[in-house]
Design a binder for this molecule. Structure first.
Ligand code: COA
Length: 160
């Protein structure tokens, strides 16, 4: 049986922390879909299409990874997509509080057998978030090594 997993988030934009989780989880599952969600409670810098394209470019050498986007309830997308698992990264204990609530709610909403799976973010990325990266770059600070180079160029050109 093939195991298919979803790694979801806003990815506005994707960071090296996200890439770390994608690379590691791509080794754990036969197929990994990176699902860009349109989160109406967040004001995005990049359009959904831009985010998908940027991620596709970065993960093009990971042969079992594809990129998609969706809106609405995560569980609807997961149940319809024949997934076995939803991967989430944990950066710090503060993520845990939010993630356990979400996982427990999703456990009620997901079809039977679909699991939430958590990977610890590698320590070098445990302090970053997409918003923090955007803020630093928008103010002229250096975020080298924290986002893939192609994405860095895209962020800089948004603020130019
Ligand atoms: N490395 C670096 N940064 C990371 C990271 C990692 N490994 N993991 C998360 N982050 C950052 C993200 O960049 C993001 O930063 P930002 O807030 O500055 O944009 C922040 O941590 C939060 O990320 P995440 O938890 O993935 O939030 P999200 O808004 O991107 O996505 C969903 C959360 C998609 C899981 C959730 O909103 C969802 O399920 N929405 C659908 C609606 C729904 O079904 N609701 C009911 C849920 S029970």
């Amino acid at each position: 049986m093939k195991h298919r997993a979803l790694y979801t988030g806003s990815f506005d934009p994707m960071t090296n922390g996200h890439l770390d989780i994608i690379t590691r989880s791509s080794r754990m599952f036969d197929e990994l879909v990176v699902g860009v969600i349109v989160n109406p409670s967040k004001k995005a810098l990049f359009t959904k299409e831009e985010r998908v394209r940027m991620i596709q470019d970065v993960v093009k050498d990971l042969r079992n990874v594809t990129v998609d986007s969706f809106e609405g309830l995560l569980a609807d997308y997961v149940n319809a997509g024949n997934f076995d698992a939803v991967v989430r990264g944990l950066r710090a204990t503060t993520d845990f509080e939010y993630e356990i609530q979400m996982a427990q709610m999703n456990a009620r909403l997901f079809d039977k057998g679909i699991e939430s799976v958590f990977l610890m973010t590698s320590p070098e990325y445990s302090f970053i978030s997409s918003s923090m990266i955007k803020e630093v770059i928008s103010l002229g600070g250096c975020a080298d090594g924290l986002v893939p180079e192609t994405i860095m160029e895209n962020i800089k050109s948004k603020y130019r």
